[in-house]
Design a binder for this molecule. Structure first.
Ligand code: ATP
Ligand code: F6P
Ligand code: MG
Length: 534
């Protein structure tokens, strides 16, 4: 089993000794890994920074500031393309859903006259609310007057011109990070769509980035036949893993550069399914391919039950995870309600973002106290969680608490341990709360019966629900269209209900957090009836 690549204090990860031994490059050679997103955040300050991330310094007294902003925005959101670094000619697409339309003569070549294509100049609006003031709920303003500025991003979908000859394409798919409902649906859709273009050589890379260079992890040939029913089960057909992202080795392998331990794959397209970390890795792979001027498209599909990818309405698997959380919350409710002075406590996933906990609390309607990483809370004292629990026991006889795993970490001993990918290993807030509640009620001489449920992995090991399955279908297909259109270093998602492509660079600038000023968080507070715990 390979070791996780060493990470230095700046978050750069060295290319590792095996690579150095093979190529004899100086040991100081390091690859720039992007990874600027925050792994953990608990304060509103960080939330605010995430929202206003990377805006240019603008002088609002300059009448041209909007123009300047938009120019900068368009530059940032323009999609990296193979043409930027290599000379490559487009050809008419092989993707068409109509097999017997009349052919039309376009510049001397016979083409199908099918109008199902997306134009490269099609755009979708990234922001659709005109906030009147910066104090409006959830306001995300550029200038102090909250002026309306159009922010357009590129529409996803099949193009009329493509940059690869399908019959010679070899495409790879890799799934990284933790599990997420819908991974198999996306794998399946990628394969089906690639075949629709005419690609015959499709392979799965096993167990995340490790599959690129661990000898025993061989490629898995994929076809419609192989993937036909994989969506009927949860998990990843290809396996997942954390750590093991050695960019140089991976690109050597993609480039068919068969040396030492590295298996030559000769990939033309790589579809990378994963969260923030995976996106940072995929972007580093894309940058390295660009540096080497390779005609390889690297396209991501965001995967995370935490829903913490910037700019997107929601990521696949999130809906299913929220739904799966209902069973745990409902059981905790039944237990708490039936016990004498019962207190149900449910801990849900969400390392740095409280989306699952907020949405699960909202949808259950049974939760009295919802605790998320973005909103600090006190436990003790007159405004603390324990005092409110006392009040709930007194007034309604039972209570239900739903807490995100990343919440209240300031109350726990930090281990400073990280997982193989460099993510902080969190201390258990659920166990801590359980103990605090028990000892509090004991100290005040009031009976309590605490029932703690930790459904952690049950949320994400399930099969995608219907709405996620549709989302996976759209995302998987669009990923393939993006690669054939010649884009690389992009990811695909849903912004304001529209399907778009975004440069990976833009979505890894920060983790996406619940905005404590948003209507959704306020709705959650209205629903639980909880006070401010500070
Ligand atoms: N900053 C980074 N730069 C390059 N690669 C990274 C970076 N962070 C993580 N990776 C690599 O990306 C892969 C997945 O990362 P990670 O385990 O953090 O999961 P993730 O994609 O963030 O998904 P999840 O939502 O499950 O955490 C790992 O192989 C890891 O080594
Ligand atoms: O135990 P694992 O596989 O590292 O995954 C746990 C993590 O996965 C996530 O759900 C993200 O995928 C986090 O919320 C959680 O901390
Ligand atoms: Mg991660």
């Amino acid at each position: 089993m390979a070791q996780a690549p060493p990470m230095d204090s700046t978050g750069l990860i060295s290319s590792g000794p095996k690579h150095l031994a093979c190529f004899g490059v100086p040991t100081s050679s390091k690859l720039q890994w992007v990874g600027r997103y925050d792994r953990i955040s608990r304060t509103n300050q960080l939330v605010a920074r995430a929202i206003s991330v990377d805006r240019p310094q603008l002088d609002f007294s300059n009448p041209d500031w909007k123009k300047q902003f938009q120019e900068d925005f368009n530059k940032r959101f323009s999609l990296p393309h193979l043409r930027d670094v290599i000379d490559v000619e487009p050809r008419p697409t092989t993707f068409s859903l109509k097999s017997r339309t009349p052919l039309e003569n376009v510049n001397g070549a016979l083409q199908e006259s099918w109008n199902g294509y997306v134009n490269d100049d099609d755009r979708a609006l990234l922001k659709v609310i005109k906030f009147a003031t910066p104090t409006s709920a959830g306001a995300d303003c550029i200038d102090p007057d909250c002026s309306w500025v159009e922010q357009w991003v590129h529409r996803a979908g099949p193009r009329k011109q493509i940059y690869f000859e399908p019959q010679y394409v070899k495409a790879g798919i890799v799934t990284c990070g933790g599990l997420c409902p819908g991974l198999n649906d996306v794998i399946r859709q990628i394969v089906l769509t690639l075949e629709k273009y005419g690609v015959k050589n499709i392979v799965g890379i096993q167990h995340g980035f490790r599959g690129f260079f661990e000898d025993h992890l061989s490629e898995v040939p994929l076809s419609r036949h192989v993937v036909q029913n994989i969506n009927l089960a949860g998990g990843s057909f290809l396996g997942v893993s954390r750590g093991g992202a050695n960019i140089s080795d991976i690109v050597d392998s993609i480039q068919a550069f068969s040396v030492c331990h590295i298996q030559a794959r000769r990939l033309d397209m790589l579809f990378v399914l994963g969260g923030n970390g995976t996106h940072a890795g995929a972007n580093a792979i894309h940058e390295e391919c660009r540096k080497r001027k390779l005609q390889v498209s690297i396209v991501c599909v965001p995967k995370t039950i935490d829903n913490d990818i910037l700019l997107m309405d929601k990521t696949f698997g999130f809906d299913t995870a929220v739904e799966a959380a209902q069973r745990a919350i409902n059981s905790a409710y039944i237990e708490a309600h039936s016990a004498f002075h019962g207190i149900g406590l449910v801990k849900l996933m969400g390392r740095s973002s409280g989306f699952i906990t907020m949405h699960a609390s909202l949808s259950s309607g049974q939760v009295d106290i919802c605790l998320i990483p973005e909103v600090p809370f006190t436990l003790d004292g007159p405004h603390g969680v324990l005092q409110h629990l006392e009040h709930l026991i007194e007034t309604k006889g039972f209570a239900l608490v739903c807490v995100a795993e990343g919440a209240g970490q300031e109350y726990l001993q930090k281990s400073n341990a990280t997982d193989a990918s460099g993510n902080m290993v969190l201390s258990d807030i659920g166990v801590h709360l359980q103990q605090k509640i028990k000892s509090h009620f004991k100290n005040i001489g009031v009976h309590s019966d605490v029932k703690y449920i930790d459904p952690t992995y049950m949320l994400r090991a399930v099969r995608a629900n219907a709405s996620d399955a549709i989302l996976c279908t759209v995302l998987g297909q669009n990923a393939v269209h993006g690669a054939f259109a010649g884009f690389s270093g992009i990811t695909t998602g849903v912004c304001n209900t529209h399907n778009v492509y975004l440069p990976i660079q833009e979505v890894i600038k920060s983790t996406r957090f619940v905005d404590p000023n948003s209507r959704m968080w306020h709705r959650c507070l209205t629903s639980t009836g909880q006070p401010d715990f500070h």
